[in-house]
Design a protein around this ligand. Structure first.
Ligand code: CO
Length: 216
């Protein structure tokens, strides 16, 4: 890529921002004035970093409506201080009512975890997905088609991440305090834009294995 092209790509983002601001103000002259006061999003989103899965756009929501955390393959890893901080703030300060883990089919992270290739540092992150595979090996081994196997691992991975959320003290504390909190698992289909609700939602009273339960 020439230096000129490199700069023009960069400049197009800033130009795009100006156009976006003009469009918003045309719709509603008070748009930024209203948003600048505070945020009160009812939803927290844990999604994949994949550029094809922007939380607001695919749910037809606007700035101010979704509190977002994204990482490779939408993981809920209990040692991840970044995810835990976003979750804690969402539950204790913003009082979100829904936390959604949204994976997507054709996820590079899932495909990499299914392979035996070394990718470097990221292998440590992907090992969390390999652990999900080990938990569900019996089911996954029955699926011979590689694409269908990856799709099913994507769904099982989201399901496990929803379960991981329910193991956190932050979520259990919110439920103990009778906050109206639900957690959900979705998979977005990059080939048609539709979200597949896996119907693995959890709320206060949902089954959690005893060993993960905290006393309050
Ligand atoms: Co992905």
């Amino acid at each position: 890529m020439s230096a000129e092209k490199l700069i023009s790509l960069y400049q197009s983002l800033l130009d795009g921002n100006k156009k976006w601001v003009n469009d918003r103000l045309e719709e509603n002259p008070e748009f930024f004035k209203e948003l600048s006061k505070s945020q009160n999003p009812p939803v927290m989103w844990i999604g994949c970093s994949d550029s094809r899965v922007p939380a607001n756009e695919i749910t037809n929501t606007r700035p101010g409506e979704v509190f977002v955390h994204r990482n490779i393959a939408n993981m809920v890893v209990h040692t991840d201080i970044n995810m835990l901080s976003v979750l804690d703030y969402a539950l204790t300060v913003l009082n979100v009512q829904h936390v959604i883990v949204c994976g997507h089919y054709n996820c590079g992270g899932i495909n990499a975890a299914l392979s035996r290739t070394q990718f470097g540092l990221i292998d440590n992150w992907l090992r969390n997905i390999k652990d999900v595979h080990r938990l569900h090996k019996a089911e996954l081994d029955l699926i011979k088609d590689p694409e269908l196997k990856a799709n099913r691992l994507t769904e099982l991975n989201v399901t496990e991440q929803v379960y991981n959320l329910s193991k956190t003290s932050a979520v259990q504390q919110a439920w103990d305090q009778d906050k109206p909190l639900m957690i959900h698992g979705w998979v977005y289909d990059v080939s048609n834009g539709l979200i597949n609700d896996l119907h693995v939602s959890k709320s206060k009273g949902s089954t959690i294995e005893d060993i993960y339960k905290f006393d309050f």
